[in-house]
Design a protein. Structure first.
Length: 296
């Protein structure tokens, strides 16, 4: 039996229960695809809804695929939130399998200008790393929540407005903090930071493309080493939740230190337990960039 057939059979068997079962406590259930969408949704819903993330803590967003249980969760949800722009390649199939439910589905990046990258014209989905674009995603999530739960409209508007103010403050801190730096080249293992670097007039130098699992050719790695030396970079930025070997090799070849720059595609179990959110992770990114770029 194929995976698709199994999903269909499972959801058919559970259809009535999936449609009718409320979230625990009678609150609307909001299902998000992965961490940034989860955090944005929980900031807007506060305690009015139960928000869960399909991708669990400790798992990289690029490395995950839905199970039949995840399909059932989406069928139960009042609202399903995903980023779009190609980050969740499994999402079209998931939505199709959960079709027929009353779930409001929103691609948070749908109303934003998404960058094209590479000769194949692919899209860069990492819009949440730009605080200005993150505000657009939050607004899309708010609108979806209002459609799924009209009685909560005023509450969602108030929470979204308060969070938008925090994102505006974050944008201001990045703008000020990265204005006067000794260098502007950000050398990273994979090209997740295009929106962030463009917003604050930095230059992303990535060893691999949009997929962190990709292995660079020896020629590509040598070219990055040469560029890093020519530009006199003093740090290579390592991201969590992926193997550090590539970044460690690059730092060793260039003769510089390693710092962390988080694409916020997931959180560690420890961060999840501590309630660490997008704003805190972005503040860490700003501190790391300032240190690595020699900002005053």
């Amino acid at each position: 039996m194929t995976r698709a057939s199994l999903l269909v059979l499972l959801c058919s068997a559970l259809a009535a229960g999936c449609r009718e079962s409320p979230a625990p406590g009678g609150k609307p259930l909001v299902v998000a695809s992965f961490f940034p969408m989860y955090d944005f949704a929980r900031q807007v819903t506060a305690d009015r809804a139960q928000v869960i993330s399909l991708v669990p803590p400790g798992v990289h967003g690029h490395d995950w695929e839905p199970s039949p249980q995840d399909v059932a969760q989406v069928r139960r949800a009042r609202v399903f939130v995903y980023n779009g722009a190609g980050f969740e390649p499994w999402v079209d199939k998931l939505i199709k399998e959960a079709a027929g439910s009353a779930t409001v589905v929103v691609a948070a990046s749908a109303g934003l200008t998404v960058a094209r990258t590479g000769a194949d014209g692919g899209t860069d989905p990492h819009v949440w790393l730009d605080p200005v674009l993150a505000k657009g995603e939050v607004d899309a999530i708010r609108a979806a929540l209002e459609r799924g739960d009209p009685a909560g409209k005023s509450a969602y508007e108030a929470k979204a407005s308060a969070y938008a103010a925090k994102l505006a403050d974050l944008d201001g801190r990045f703008e000020t903090g990265l204005r006067d730096c000794a260098r502007r080249e950000v050398v990273v293992s994979h090209a997740a930071f295009g929106y962030l670097t463009r917003r604050y007039r930095l230059e992303q130098i990535a060893v691999t493309g949009l997929a962190p699992q990709a292995e660079p050719s020896p020629a590509a790695l040598a070219a990055i080493v040469r560029t890093a030396r020519e530009r006199k970079v003093t740090a290579i930025f390592l991201e969590p939740l992926v193997s550090p070997k590539l970044a460690e090799t690059l730092a060793r070849e260039v003769g510089v230190r390693l710092l962390t720059l988080d694409p916020i595609e997931g959180v560690t179990r420890k961060e999840a337990a501590e309630g660490i959110g997008y704003l805190e992770l972005m503040a860490r990114n700003l501190q790391s960039l300032r240190e690595g770029l020699g900002c005053r």
